[in-house]
Ligand binder design. Sequence first.
Ligand code: TRP
Length: 354
Amino acid sequence: MSNTTEKPRILTGDTPTGSLHLGHYVGSIENRVAMQDEYDCYFILANVHALSTRAHEPAEVSADCISIVKDYIAAGIDPQRSTVFVQSEVPAIAELTWYFAMLLGYGRLMKNPTIKDEIRVKNLGENYSFGFLLYPVGQIADILTFTPQFVPVGEDQVPHIEMTREIARRFNQLYCGVDPQTPDEDYVEAGGVFPIPQAKAGRIARLTGIDGTHKMSKSLGNAIMLSDSPKEVTKKCNKIFTGRGTMDDPPVLEGNTVIEYLRAFHPDQAQVDQMVGSYENSEIGDGVLKKEAGRVINELLEPMRERCAATSDDDVRDILRDGTKRANELAERTLWEAKQAMDYDFFGRGLSID
Ligand code: TRP
């Protein structure tokens, strides 16, 4: 095994859609940064999946891969310890997608609530590509190729992890002779190629955008980006909708987005308790809370800005080349083991990508 670290492995990733915002940070990135010490981390840039809705702009997707890696580095992901790689350059994933697709019923796929939601939210109607339906199977392969114990993801991805677990059990039962009664944690011990991975949620599942209403999202224009300048952050925090119509209305505590941000980002929660108390008694107004939110968010982002400025596009390419090489070593080994289990290991194979 090239994984000589003996640490449990995690695999997670993103569909590259450009830069990251604070919602990504508290939902997942922060968690990944913290996990680097105790886990062998693999982070996939799902640039093939991105084509499921952006087949007309592959060059833009490639540019988005570079931006997202810069944000990873800025946020504290350490490419020495963690493996960051590009999906399209790991052919074993595409091969395993085929084999897994044969183990998944079409009806089962169409019951996946995330797929149904995406069709609705993205207004795809009947006009989605065949590849769009294939992407959850691809995601099963993204995960199982790296035989991780855990998959840190947001709540919306949990149905995909459920399907991944089902396919891992099925493969192991069908091709490795694992008894269906085997407890999930014992599948590898019982001779399976794939461990049954578990989802792991982030600290905050949903961060509201500065409109005070919708989930933070770049496309809705309500996001604070990790790459925003101090001025932009201050300006955006001043715009946060706090739930009250005019300053004569009583302060709203429930669902107040500035308070949500102070809870999410303030390092001293006792101080937040105090401020919220004063706010409730109308001793301080929205402006004070907004200013404090802007201050703590800027404090969080400052070291990220410095790291981002110190990372060039060439650095990112080097990081991806190294990471993808390491990813291919593990991926090829898993594919080989899977093919052996299936009795499809006709010839040996050597993969070289540079
Ligand atoms: N579908 C995920 C998203 O859009 C991204 C992703 C692709 C992923 N492959 C993965 C996440 C494997 C976790 C594991 O957020």
